[in-house]
Design a protein around this ligand. Structure first.
Ligand SMILES: C[S@@+](CC[C@H](N)C(=O)[O-])C[C@H]1O[C@@H](n2cnc3c(N)ncnc32)[C@H](O)[C@@H]1O
Length: 189
């Protein structure tokens, strides 16, 4: 799994630089990746927010965080904090993160709606969630159709978690890209 996620050929359809550009991050921001795996996007987020910023990289799989830590050491990256999350709670510091990026991971979550509820409450009041996941149709790469989560299903869970859709980016050939923000009354707990 680690090898597949870090495969350089992935860039052709994942377009990581365009994705990170579309996130509009600023230096010094605090952001998170939920389901970071070994850090394909985490390291790019770390570059985008710079040494004065911070990236919380959340994953419940210790082996994934070990692989991430090895890459952080190898590249001398110091602004990433790995977090061993719970299946239904990313355990982020309250009110800190301006963005939570989720890529190809929501369909892995054991209880996505519960995780989204906790994630939404823990975000900065003006925080956003970006969810990128596989289109619910046959694509040349990606998991079997029955394991995918259609955007409508994700959006239903997001709305009941206190998130509202800001927009979608038509950037990726095989995946949807949804941008959400907290609704005003979803308070940090
Ligand atoms: C296919 S990988 C994607 C990794 C990375 N986002 C990327 O794009 O390369 C999915 C990741 O989600 C993680 N995951 C599964 N359940 C999770 C949960 N409840 N909370 C956070 N991450 C989870 C898995 O351990 C795995 O590392």
């Amino acid at each position: 799994m680690v090898k597949r996620q870090l495969d350089p050929a992935r860039a052709a359809w994942q377009k990581p630089d365009r994705v990170v550009e579309a996130l509009g991050l600023r230096r010094g921001q605090v952001v998170a990746e939920i389901g970071s795996g070994p850090g394909y996007f985490t390291l790019r987020l770390a570059r985008a927010v710079g040494p004065s910023g911070r990236v919380y990289a959340v994953d419940p799989e210790p082996a994934m965080l070990d692989a991430l830590r090895a890459r952080l050491r190898r590249d001398g990256v110091r602004n990433v904090t790995p977090i061993l999350g719970l299946p239904d709670d990313p355990l982020l510091p309250s009110g800190a993160c301006r963005l939570a990026l989720i890529v190809n991971a929501y369909h892995h979550f054991a209880d996505g709606p519960a995780l989204l509820r906790r994630l939404a409450r823990s975000l900065h009041p003006r925080g956003r969630v970006v969810n990128i996941d596989w289109d619910a149709r046959e694509t040349p790469v990606g998991p079997p159709l029955e394991r995918r989560v259609a955007p409508e299903t994700f959006l239903r869970a997001a709305r009941s978690a206190g998130l509202t859709l800001l927009g979608a980016r038509d950037l990726l050939p095989h995946q949807y890209f949804l941008v959400l923000r907290r609704v005003r009354d979803a308070r940090a707990t």
